[in-house]
Every structure is written in structure tokens, then in C-alpha cells.
Design a protein around this ligand. Structure first.
Ligand code: CP
Length: 311
């Protein structure tokens, strides 16, 4: 058992309380869920009688849809709370909103919010199992789990693999969660971007930083491109876009020194021909749509683990 261990974590807010054994169990169980999704009838009764509420204060395509599908595939009822059309616009607080929803006997929450720590607040206000679907710059644990699962499906295990993550590291909760999870699972991670987008405090055991994209990619088994999160930028982080593209775009030329069978990942949404070239996004190394596909199985595994399989 690792130092992180809570034997029965109630929430997935980040990886802090999760033992490495339990994280591996989520990935193992995603294999079973993938097999369910390959059947003609993609449905099991595991969550029958339970209600999952998705509460998104930021836009999403992949995370919200895959969580809602994941819950329905396991026969849960799903209710989707849309912040923009809710009574929040009349001044209702987050606490009153969550307490109101909980009075409808919601069994679990999936939360995305621009504020770091918002999912913790929902967990506290509701007392129900809560999954962080991305909070501010802090964490996006199920994205990291599906990324790890995608690499594991490719190579069998994470141990000894080198993963380069390139782009807007500063504003990326995906980079932070991946750096923690992938190193816990035995991979090494190199985070790469312009100095303005590369916080020095992210370096740590198994995690190195570089501003040199060619050096980051050299020998990498997986190369992940990250979007420039201009919606979170309030200062002049970049010189010019052409300079950024020349230095940090993930494209075929950059990948020349990667491992021969290196795969390319992107958490989405992609800005084609900006952080990733269109031909690389569509090329044989790309596992972008595999990540999307695996997201559903991994989120089924997480929901199952928190709602019925915590023993
Ligand atoms: N990767 C990711 O979180 O995508 P969405 O914003 O579409 O959910």
C-alpha cells in the first residue's frame, strides 16, 4: 500500500488519497468496461437505481458526454445541470444549488468549474461521491486516467516509458494530473513549452522541464500536444503565433527523433495547425480518437469503483 492510501476513497478529486494499487485497479477494470462497449447491447445493470448529476460550469464536449454515456451504459439515471440556464443567474450560491440538487436524492456528482477546489466544495456541500471533471488549473484526474490507459493499451505497461507533454503547461490541469499519475505508474515525464508557459515548480521526481521541444521528444514513447488556453491568459505569454508554432507545434518534423513507434496524444479540443499539425493529428501515430473512446470505459470504471465497488 502506498503513502497515498485511503483504503476506500469516497471521491475522485485528485490522486492525493488514492493508492497506486487502486489507480491500477481503475485501469484494469476499464478493460472489462471496454469489452462491455464492444458488445451489441452496450449496457449492464451495475448502477440501476442510482442517479448521477453532471454539474458543468465550464464548456465541455468529451468529458460531459462520456460521463453521461458511462453512467447510462451502467443503467444509472443521469441529470445534467447547466449552470448558464440555472438559478445561479438569480444569485443562488453554489452551496444552495448543490443542497437543492442533493434534496432530489442525487447519488453522485461530476463537476467541472473554472475555480481550483470547486469539486472539493461540491463534495463537502453534498456529502455524496464527487468526481472532479476539471477544476481551474489544478486537476483533471479522469483525463489523466484515460491518457494513462491509452498508453498502457499501446505498450502493456507504463513502467519505463517516456512521455513528452508539449504546449501551454502553465494553464493545463491535464499536464499537472498526467505528471502526477504517469510518474506514480512508473513512467518519466518531460514537460515542455516556452519559459513563460512552463512553471518551474512542476519539476519533481520523474518530471523534468525543458524549453527545447526537440530535446523533449527525443526517445519519447508518447508525445502529447496541449492547446494554448488563451481563455485563461491575462498577460503577454507569447511572442507571436508563428514563433510558437515554429518552436512547439507537434508535427512530423518534430517527431523524427521520437521512439520509432511513438504515439501522439491530445486531450482535445484540438486547434489544428496550431499546437498540432493536421497531418499528425490524422496520421498513423495519432491516438486522439482512441483517447476519446477510452474515456468512456475509464469513466465507467471510475463510477463503478466509487458507487458500488469501494469494498
Ligand atoms: N479533454 C477535455 O476535457 O475535453 P472537453 O473540454 O471537451 O471535456
Amino acid at each position: 500500500m502506498s503513502a497515498y492510501a485511503d483504503p476506500h476513497p469516497k471521491h475522485l478529486l485528485d490522486f492525493h488519497d488514492w493508492s497506486t494499487e487502486r489507480l491500477n485497479a481503475i485501469l484494469d477494470n476499464a478493460d472489462t468496461m471496454s469489452k462491455v462497449l464492444d458488445r451489441p447491447v452496450k449496457k449492464v445493470p451495475a448502477l440501476q437505481g442510482l442517479t448521477v448529476c453532471t454539474v458543468f460550469f465550464e464548456n465541455s464536449t468529451r468529458t460531459r458526454i462520456s460521463f453521461e454515456l458511462a453512467a447510462r451504459r451502467m443503467s444509472a439515471d443521469v441529470v445534467s445541470f447547466a449552470a448558464s440556464s440555472s438559478s445561479l443567474s438569480k444569485g443562488e450560491s453554489l452551496r444552495d444549488t448543490i443542497e437543492t440538487l442533493t434534496a432530489y436524492k442525487i447519488d453522485a456528482y461530476v463537476v467541472r468549474h473554472s475555480a481550483s477546489g470547486a469539486a472539493h466544495a461540491v463534495a463537502r456541500f453534498s456529502g455524496k461521491p464527487t468526481i472532479n471533471a476539471g477544476d481551474g488549473l489544478r486537476a483533471h484526474p479522469t483525463q489523466a486516467l484515460l491518457d494513462a490507459y491509452t498508453i498502457r493499451r499501446e505498450y502493456g505497461e507504463l513502467k519505463g516509458r517516456r512521455v513528452a507533454i508539449i504546449g501551454d503547461i502553465r494553464h493545463s490541469r491535464v499536464a499537472r494530473s498526467n505528471a502526477e499519475l504517469l510518474t506514480r505508474l512508473g513512467a518519466s515525464v518531460v514537460l515542455c513549452g516556452p519559459a513563460t508557459l512552463l512553471p518551474r515548480d512542476l519539476a519533481g521526481e520523474g518530471v523534468t522541464l525543458t524549453t527545447d521541444a526537440k530535446a523533449a521528444v527525443k526517445g519519447a514513447d508518447a508525445v502529447m500536444a496541449l492547446r494554448l488556453q488563451t481563455e485563461r491568459m491575462d498577460a503577454g505569454y507569447l511572442g507571436s503565433l508563428p514563433e510558437y508554432i515554429a518552436g512547439y507545434q507537434v508535427n512530423e518534423a518534430l517527431l523524427e527523433d521520437a521512439a520509432p513507434n511513438a504515439i501522439v496524444l491530445h486531450p482535445g479540443p484540438m486547434n489544428r495547425d496550431l499546437e498540432i499539425s493536421a497531418d499528425t493529428a490524422d496520421g498513423p501515430r495519432s491516438r486522439v480518437l482512441k483517447q476519446v473512446e477510452h474515456g468512456q470505459a475509464v469513466r465507467m470504471s471510475v463510477l463503478y469503483h466509487l458507487l458500488v465497488g469501494r469494498g
